[in-house]
Design a protein. Structure first.
Length: 604
């Protein structure tokens, strides 16, 4: 009715009016909760692109190239990039929450599934995933936590049907321990209607199930978990529904907090090689999702260098990564900055995806280098955990010499600072852990353990120190991964201010072990700095980036003043000399926290 009044020769107007009507009906159906197409709004993003392609081709065939170029092509590109969704949303939940929900909704007739052997747990879940009849339950009988998990999955089930399949693409499982963590969520997705069952018994799915391996132990066990999934008939059916594509997320923050920077880097590099080779054997297209933060201790550093340093054969034209915190405003705050950063990411991804015969030299890594890196990782992890997890008084010292309690009260992130009420390091989340050490100018998580590892490996018997140092220097020159590790150490060590950190250590004077702990930190800093200089062959830290070195030097006086001001405020607050001034002091502490974070460009 809306198109008929127009002249029959105005075919483009008629076509565009018809498209507009369907788009309006889409919105009406969405707002009313009607089924897609019930009011005639059957246009999808793909359908709109096809319509625009038809109009574009028609215009160009009838000498309308300029109109097509000016109006149709930009709109077609926007629809291709953003669809009707603008962005795809990932849904992320801890595997423990999934497990609790599964306990309420899905359980064997007798006993608990956790008490069964791993093979029987898997068999039970697989049978349910592929079952025609699903468990019945009443929402009223469920706990609030389980209802939240179920409601989230129901929302995921509804959104792709109403708008488009890519509106919600990935379900991320935090703290994945093994294959059972993934199968549990797949079973819950069947119950919630996210995943269906076709007539032929195969799964009908539009979402990826993305395991997130976070601690060093879980990262090392990732190939075993994925092997079990790839061999699972139920999970193979899920992969078939998505064109045999599997996304795997790798956690940088918790792995560094767990074992130190060097150990985490080595584990992440090694596991990506193993997972890529494993996926090839099973005919699976694997895509790695890198959970990076802003600071080195959370996988930060120059993104393009990090991409180029990825193991050979793991990118293949695709990479997914997170951009967090102050990094978003720095890299994307202006259009020129965003274009520049995206161009560098694209260029690095293309280069890292080239086959070996297109590169000079090829990126093959000698076995001696890989073995050396694994040895360094083991030594580094031992030194790091010895201080952080095995030294008496370290926890008390950390809480006293950093503004961790003040950070917890800031409510900066989407989650609380601790996973439980305990003050144990294991319960503390990686963001406040890193943030607190950065505020005290120690940046401990980004480098501690590396110096002991490098010095210890160079001094090992069986080979001269000179020969081992020559090997490390060759690794630095010719292995992008190792060069990135060493350059990142150089960057973070240049931000450490031990004379200021010593003043923060004085806040822990009531802790008997504090003096000895800080002495160990000082000694490790000197070891690490000396080793980095030896390997890079440079006399000064950050010699590879003189511009950054100059910027840090310019900011140093202002950062120092803010640190000393924060120290004074923390001392007053903890002395409780004037309770009436507590609110004013808290506000002032927050200002210094913000200023130091802005100056370091590393909140964590």
């Amino acid at each position: 009715a809306r198109t008929s009044p127009h002249d029959a020769n105005e075919i483009y107007r008629q076509k565009l009016n018809a498209i507009a009507i369907r788009l309006e009906r889409n919105i009406e159906e969405s707002e009313a909760g009607d089924a897609p197409g019930e009011r005639g709004g059957s246009t999808s993003a793909r359908g709109l692109r096809r319509d625009l392609e038809l109009i574009d081709a028609s215009l160009r065939a009838h000498r309308g190239d300029r109109i097509a170029e000016q109006w149709i092509r930009p709109l077609h590109e926007c629809v291709g990039l953003f669809g009707f969704r603008l962005v795809s949303v990932d849904v992320r939940q801890h595997e423990g929450r999934h497990r609790e929900a599964r306990r309420e909704l899905i359980r064997p007739a007798r006993g608990r599934i956790e008490d069964l052997p791993l093979d029987e747990q898997q068999k039970f879940l697989e049978e349910l995933i592929l079952a025609r009849e699903l468990p019945r339950f009443s929402d009223a009988d469920l706990s609030p936590e389980t209802r939240e998990v179920l409601d989230t999955l129901r929302c995921v089930a509804d959104v792709p049907c109403r708008f488009e399949p890519e509106a919600v693409r990935d379900l991320v499982i935090s703290n994945t321990e093994n294959a059972i963590s993934v199968l549990e969520l797949l079973a819950l997705a069947r119950v919630a209607g996210v995943v269906g069952l076709r007539e032929d018994g195969a799964l009908d799915s539009r979402v990826n199930f993305v395991p997130l391996f976070e601690s060093i132990e879980s990262i090392r066990s990732a190939p075993d978990a994925m092997e079990r999934l790839y061999r699972s008939p139920a999970y193979r059916s899920q992969l078939d529904a998505l064109g045999m594509r599997q996304q795997i997320m790798l956690g940088y923050s918790d792995s560094v907090k767990d074992g130190g920077y060097l150990a985490a880097c080595a584990a992440l590099d090694e596991v990506q090689r193993a997972l890529a080779e494993q996926a090839d054997r099973h005919g699976v297209h694997v895509e790695f999702f890198h959970g990076r933060g802003g600071t080195i201790a959370r996988g930060g550093g120059p993104t393009h260098r990090a991409i180029l340093a990825q193991p050979r054969g793991t990118l293949r034209g695709r990479i997914k990564l997170t951009e967090q915190g102050e990094v978003v405003s720095i890299k994307y705050g202006t259009i020129p900055a965003a274009i520049f950063h995206l161009e560098r990411i694209l260029a690095a991804t293309f280069e890292a995806s080239l086959p070996d015969d297109a590169l000079a030299p090829a990126r093959s890594v000698p076995k001696a280098w890989s073995h050396a890196m694994l040895d360094l990782a083991a030594l580094s992890r031992s030194a790091y955990r010895s201080l952080v997890y095995e030294t008496q008084g370290f926890v008390e010292c950390f809480y006293a010499m950093t503004p961790i309690d003040e950070l917890a009260a800031l409510q900066l992130g989407s989650r609380p600072a601790r996973r439980s009420d305990t003050r144990r390091i294991e319960a503390l989340r990686a963001i406040p852990w890193t943030f607190a050490w950065n505020q005290s100018r120690v940046l401990l998580g980004s480098w501690f353990g590396a110096g002991s590892a490098l010095a210890g490996w160079l001094a090992e018997a069986g080979e001269s120190r000179a020969a081992r140092l020559a090997r490390l220097r060759a690794m630095y020159r010719r292995w992008p991964f190792f060069r990135g590790v060493v350059d990142n150490l150089s960057q973070v060590l240049s931000k450490v201010e031990l004379h200021i950190a010593a003043c923060y250590a004085e806040l822990a004077s009531d802790v008997p072990e504090a003096r000895e702990i800080f002495a160990r930190i000082e000694a490790e800093y000197r070891r690490t700095t000396r080793a980095v200089r030896e390997i890079s062959g440079e006399r000064e830290l950050l010699a590879y980036d003189l511009d950054l070195r100059e910027r840090l030097a310019m900011r140093a006086p202002y950062l120092g003043m803010l640190s000393y001001l924060q120290l004074e405020l923390l001392a007053r607050k903890r002395s409780r000399a004037s309770a009436a001034d507590d609110d004013e002091i808290d506000r002032a502490v927050r200002v210094t926290i913000n200023g130091i974070a802005a100056g370091l460009r590393n909140t964590g």
